[in-house]
Design a protein around this ligand. Sequence first.
Ligand code: PGA
Length: 248
Amino acid sequence: MSRPLLFAANWKMYIAPGEARAYLDRFLAIDKPRHGRTVAFFPPAVSLETTAARLRGHEHYLAGAQDVHWEPKGAFTGATSVALARGAGAAAALIGHSERRHLFGETDEETNRKMRAVLDGGLLALLCVGEKLAERERGETEAVVTRQLRAGLAGVKAGADLVIAYEPVWAIGTGRNATPSDAAVVHAAIRVVLVSLGFGRDTRLLYGGSVSAGNVEQLLAEPEIDGVLVGGASLDPDVWAGVCAAQG
Ligand code: PGA
């Protein structure tokens, strides 16, 4: 089945509001919007409003939050609720990125609370899953990804507007990406779990981890890979436009 492609740029802790404006002026001048492809930008929270405003009215582009808190409001210094992200123009949110899980200690249960808050708030949720190197070496990849999926999706209605991003932790920012066929094996396992949870085959599955203009087409050639989640190669508008020009 052919699902619309999603190219997601995770800017992490880079690109201030003024830089976001200049970046998007350049990107929008060189990227050709394409039917059946959405390009999503996940800027740091301070740059979300600028990014969303610059993309408003362009149906093939959207902006999202890199993380949210599950509570709707309250005394949570440093956190961003779904409503605040929406108010800044977010149409989507990344949830459970490996840096949130492993650098900030986010648990499966917290990831689940965030997923439910994002979906209840009407945003597209991108749930990130992926194993660490030691887990892969112990042959635990499928077990880890299955656990993260089941936990992340607990209580989520089948048919909810979500995307799964498989990002092996050992491939993020290391220049070492999973081969398209390694990724395809894990994507197939993810699909089995999603189907067992009642999700249709229209749920999109992304790959992330050292994606570049040089490997993106091979990855998209795999039938279960519907797009990419990209850090390093999304930080320069010309480089990112080159990735987004890949044929799926
Ligand atoms: P990378 O990051 O493309 O720099 O490997 C991907 C991600 O963390 O989402």
